[in-house]
Design a protein around this ligand. Sequence first.
Ligand code: CDP
Length: 219
Amino acid sequence: MIIAIDGPAAAGKGTLAQNLAKHFHYAFLDTGRLYRAVGYAVLQAGKDPSDESAATREAKSFDPKSINKILSNPALRDEATGNAASKVAVIPAVRSALLDLQRNFAKEPFFEDGTPAKGAVLDGRDIGTVVCPDADVKFFVTASAEVRADRRFKELQEANKPADYDTILKDIKERDERDSNRATAPLKPAEDAYVLDTSHLNAVQVFQAALDHIAVNHE
Ligand code: CDP
């Protein structure tokens, strides 16, 4: 069983994905972290995230066996890393280098300790459209840019990190624009995705709406 969750930045995909994974006891892969890890590695190497050959080199150098360790780096959560991620994500060679990794995970999902799982939840931008077009369940989680910026702002404040609402809103809109308009695997709902607008829903309500959808359509 594969559950695909796509949507723009800070729409609540990650929270829903983790709640569903826990509920069904499935493995979870935050594919945004793969792109973040590439963006981070490029920045660490002192290169520009839009530099195709530098970004491709980093994407190809991932060892699938050490992926959990690479993805657990807390620096991947920084806004600067998110912006770098969305720049490397435009590069087709980066996307194809990460594609096998994601498909292999969907085919043979495993938990963080390496034990196999009977299902997987993957979240990202192109899971339902490109990575797992045959996923059993597809969600497209979205919310207005203002609501998303507000959520990110509060998250940063709670983590005692510097936060400026206007800068966050601008970054989110720029990222939406870049993610939606790129030529390869742009951000868009799969035709058979269930669209969940979370602008007026909290995390519990989003989780409930997703469970209701699965119960009615897939059980
Ligand atoms: O957490 P947030 O929603 O801010 O972003 P993320 O899911 O960590 O993804 C970071 C960036 O990676 C996105 O802005 C996308 O450009 C890119 N990405 C992608 O292109 N395809 C995916 N399947 C996942 C992320």
